[in-house]
Design a protein around this ligand. Structure first.
Ligand code: ZN
Ligand code: ZN
Length: 393
């Protein structure tokens, strides 16, 4: 088997990984690069036979709906079958509403869907998707088997979310057989370390804020659906959980597809904001999902700042990067406080994964500090590749 990481060996986001045998070739993820101060726009991915020109590719598989994994699917040749999770497809179709999203939306609309633990066969390659916990719900890791070899591509994942505990159990079961290579997301290798706050702890913290402040605003990514569910469930009887129509639609999709799996995803009591509610909201109090725009700034100013708090529920880097307007937005109410935990496995959890899986090789991807992998992984196991370098396993 041959592995080529087209992009992502030394950066977070923009990922594309190719796995091929002599007969078959598949691609996992085709992401947009995350914008930075020096590079505001992503370079288009150019993979012969996949984005352009002639050449065979049996399938492209998507780990989850974040743009740094799926944004470049707009450049995927339309003849190549695209696969993704059922809810991933629905969330993307509901979210891609801008005119410039049209090429990607068209491609997503044609996508085929898979189910967790149901193997997909492409020529002599078998791919089995497994559910993982991440800040995008419906995220998957892929077990790729061919030519007597086994590769696990983790995608983005973590162990401290609501479903995080399932992964170590699953490693003991389905992944007990030896792995030849682990393609491991290493976001946390370049970020601050320590024991991560769990999603459950965040939910408890939100409850405490609601005891202190009648008007609680939360700035979070709208597609962080499990956190939104947890916040809605944290609202005490008599108070309101407010979201906008788009968020309400996403929560309905989640309930339709996952409602039977856990009470977390069903019976979300939500109200869409309207000026007619002002009096009742003032009287009873609420938790309101907000976004950084003029509309929400105006809504926040309608409530007594002394009794209001904004909870900042996103990665702090978005707030502190040059040119960010989030700092100003957070001043819209009397006070703001962080309420966030990472969507990525901590260093200690990455270490735990490597020890439990005990693969022959570990290939770091989705990280700004691939060299830091040697802190948590025996160096003889590490295979550092360059973007575009083909490696025969
Ligand atoms: Zn990512
Ligand atoms: Zn992600």
């Amino acid at each position: 088997m041959q592995i080529t990481i087209h992009r992502g060996t030394c950066q977070i986001g923009g990922l594309a990984v190719e796995i091929r045998t002599a007969n078959t070739r598949i691609i996992i993820d085709m992401g947009e690069e995350l914008p930075s101060e020096h590079k505001p726009f992503s370079t288009p991915l150019s993979i012969p036979g996949v984005t352009c020109g002639r050449g065979a590719c049996a399938a492209v598989l998507l780990t989850h709906y974040h743009g740094d994994h799926c944004g470049q699917l707009k450049n995927l040749r339309k003849e190549i079958p695209l696969y993704m999770g059922r809810l991933t497809k629905e969330v993307l179709l509901a979210s891609l509403t801008r005119k410039e999203d049209f090429p990607l939306k068209t491609r997503v609309a044609q996508a085929l869907t898979f189910l967790p633990a149901q193997p997909l066969v492409f020529g002599d390659i078998t791919v089995t998707p497994f559910w993982v916990d991440h800040s995008a719900c419906d995220s998957y890791m892929f077990l790729v088997e061919a030519e007597g070899k086994r590769i696990l591509h983790t995608g983005d994942f973590r162990l401290h979310g609501f479903r995080g505990k399932a992964l170590p159990r699953f490693i003991q079961g389905r992944l007990k057989q030896p792995l030849d290579a682990l393609i491991l997301e290493g976001t946390s290798l370049s970020r601050s370390d320590g024991t991560p706050v769990t999603e459950r702890q965040l939910q408890q913290a939100a409850k405490s804020y609601m005891k202190q402040y009648p008007y609680v605003f939360v700035l979070a990514a709208s597609t962080q659906l499990e956190r939104m569910c947890a916040l809605a469930k944290a609202v005490p009887a008599g108070k309101y959980f407010i979201c906008d129509e788009y968020q309400s639609r996403l929560l309905d999709l989640l309930q339709q597809q996952w409602g039977a799996l856990s009470p977390l995803y069903r019976n979300i009591k939500k109200v869409v904001y309207g000026k007619n509610l002002q009096h009742r909201l003032e009287e009873r109090g609420f938790l309101m999902m907000v976004r950084d725009n003029r509309n929400f700034r105006a809504i926040i100013r309608r409530f007594d700042p002394a009794r209001s708090v904004i909870l900042y529920s996103m990665w702090d880097g978005y707030r502190t990067r040059p040119g960010s307007s989030l700092g100003r937005f957070l001043q819209s109410a009397g006070r703001w406080a962080p309420l966030h935990t990472s969507g990525h496995a901590s260093r200690q959890d990455l270490k735990k994964m490597i020890e439990q899986l005990n693969p022959a090789y570990v290939l770091p991807v989705h990280t700004e500090a691939p060299q830091a992998l040697k802190i948590i992984c025996p160096i003889e196991k590490i295979k550092w590749l360059k973007d575009g370098e083909a490696w025969v396993l």
